[in-house]
Write a protein that binds this ligand. Structure first.
Ligand code: NI
Length: 260
């Protein structure tokens, strides 16, 4: 039983074969997926997917690389869409100094707004962090104040300091296909220091497929390979890691009662 906590199912890469992709996911043991949005249009699309497929849930939000394109009214639309049925997270949000598409102060503004909105709705926010670990940690600390946050470090590939700060602030840590890449020895070592109840798995489909599918279009069925890798590193079985990460996701997203 696996839960893919981050898949861009609304992207063009899936427009021709969504049904087949979701059928392969189920056949591979992926019982639940979170379709993650990047813009207002994408937020409407993830909500539509969640309405169409019982095992798909939705996030709404504006990705840091798309914040520059946000039009007047877009933020208000996100706030409204956040109360749609099956919306269980806000994002993806965060900071990106690698692509640098959006002026950094605009990225910071949208990051703070989405953390605040997630807090107001009592759902987790999803953090994208690329070449901006100290900045992300600073915003998380600022927004947490003396308290804790409900959020996810998505496709985590950061270092020790960022991991420790995120855990201390209450965040969950989600691993994607990069965990399986041969060179990422240190990342695999870091997983051993994370409390089991904070671990999540994801694909970040259609990007960065795990081994042995690296280079292909990624899809939710492949989250199994990341789960297998995590199981091996942690000395657990695939079943155990599936049970642990799925229970974590259900608890975090408030789905324990919904899904039974
Ligand atoms: Ni993503």
């Amino acid at each position: 039983m696996l839960f893919d906590t981050h898949a861009h199912l609304d992207e063009d890469a899936f427009s021709q074969d969504t049904d087949e992709v979701l059928a392969r996911a189920v056949a591979s043991g992926v019982t639940t997926m979170l379709a993650v949005a990047t813009t207002v249009e994408s937020s409407r699309a993830t909500i539509a997917l969640a309405a169409r497929f019982p095992n798909v849930f939705a996030s709404v939000g504006i990705h840091p690389n798309y914040a520059v394109q946000a039009k007047p009214g877009d933020w208000e639309a996100i706030e409204e869409l956040a109360s749609s049925p099956k919306v269980i997270a806000i994002g993806e949000t965060g900071l990106d100094r690698y692509w640098d598409h959006t002026p950094f102060d605009v990225q910071l503004d949208y990051f703070r707004r989405q953390i605040e909105l997630a807090g107001r709705r009592d759902v987790p926010f999803i953090v994208h962090c690329r070449e901006s670990e100290p900045d992300v940690v600073a915003v998380l600390r600022e927004m947490a104040g003396a308290g804790q946050l409900k959020g996810i470090m998505h496709s985590f590939c950061g270092g020790r300091a960022t991991l420790d700060a995120a855990l201390e602030l209450g965040l969950h840590i989600s691993f994607a296909g990069m965990l399986t890449f041969k060179k990422n020895v240190e990342l695999r070592e870091l997983t051993k220091t994370i409390p089991l109840n904070r671990l999540l798995i994801e694909t970040d489909s259609p990007y960065l497929a795990p081994q042995p599918n690296r280079g292909k279009r990624n899809e939710p069925a492949f989250v199994r390979h990341t789960a297998e890798c995590l199981a091996e590193v942690l000395g657990q079985t695939l079943d155990e890691i599936g049970t642990i990460t799925t229970a974590n996701a259900r608890r975090l997203f408030g789905l324990s009662d919904v899904l039974g």
